[in-house]
Design a protein around this ligand. Structure first.
Ligand SMILES: [Zn+2]
Length: 253
């Protein structure tokens, strides 16, 4: 092996794939060790290729990667878990793709973020394997991503008077602060009842091992999912195409 070429191992989730030429693919991997890495997978489009299974979208794999002057090539890819759902559940498939878009926006090149990777792996697991109610998993993923990546709302108490809880409170999507009826500001506030407030607090403050262990009625989960979605969009100004598609589908269900 020439000296300019080094080989390293990494584990990660494939969050984007793009065909390049006849039989190459450029895949984007959210790795445990190095954050986002883009690497070429030669011959991976060929179904007989040993690498094909390990380099497919929404697969978590162990990789051997060659680094040749800053260009990465997959040398070996061994699949560990696949979250790709074959079949007809378009809601689950679209949400999985939305989670990939979130990861692409929030994970960084060369910066490991194990907490965020763990969140996406668990959310995909609960969405595709455990078949939990999709809007609930969506809400957990959106708000916890925001909290991990510097957009944590302040849900401890009313920002005006310190009141901990009332039947109805208000969250400002703009500044991420909580208000009671008397203290609320006219700007972009959403109304939240006790169920929604405790769900929001759970998602932001709970230990990771307890993050997914709560249930709320589907109707509340739908409202929660709208709030977390509007929160993350207001805070970041990002535009997620899979999310728009997801909302189109939901309108038709
Ligand atoms: Zn108040």
């Amino acid at each position: 092996m020439p000296q300019s070429q080094t080989r390293f191992s990494a584990e990660g989730l494939i969050i984007k794939e793009m065909n390049v030429g006849e039989s190459d693919r450029l895949i984007t991997i959210f790795t445990r060790e190095h954050g986002i890495i883009k690497a070429f997978a030669s011959g991976a489009k060929n179904i007989k290729s040993k690498k094909a299974a390990g380099t497919s979208l929404l697969t978590y794999s162990a990789f051997q990667i060659l680094n040749k002057k800053g260009t990465f090539r997959i040398y070996e890819a061994t699949p560990i878990a696949s979250f790709f759902t074959m079949g007809t559940d378009i809601e689950v498939l679209t949400l999985s793709q939305y989670f990939c878009e979130l990861a692409l926006e929030f994970a960084e090149d060369d910066v490991p973020n194990e907490e965020l990777l763990r969140l996406f792996l668990n959310s995909l697991h609960f969405l595709t394997k455990e078949k939990r109610y999709p809007p609930l998993i969506k809400a957990i993923t959106e708000l916890r991503t925001a909290a991990i990546c510097g957009y944590m709302p302040n849900l401890i108490a009313c920002d005006g008077c310190g009141k901990f809880e009332e039947n109805i409170m208000f969250l400002s999507l703009k500044n991420g602060k909580l208000y009671c009826e008397e203290c609320k500001k006219p700007d972009n506030c959403v109304t939240i009842d006790k169920t929604l407030l405790s769900a929001l607090r759970h998602i932001v403050f709970s230990e990771f091992k307890n993050l997914y262990s709560f249930e709320i009625p589907p109707k509340s989960a739908d409202m929660l999912s709208k709030i977390t979605e509007n929160y993350i969009i207001t805070q970041t100004d990002y535009n997620f195409s899979a999310l728009q598609f997801y909302n189109t589908i939901k309108e038709q269900i």
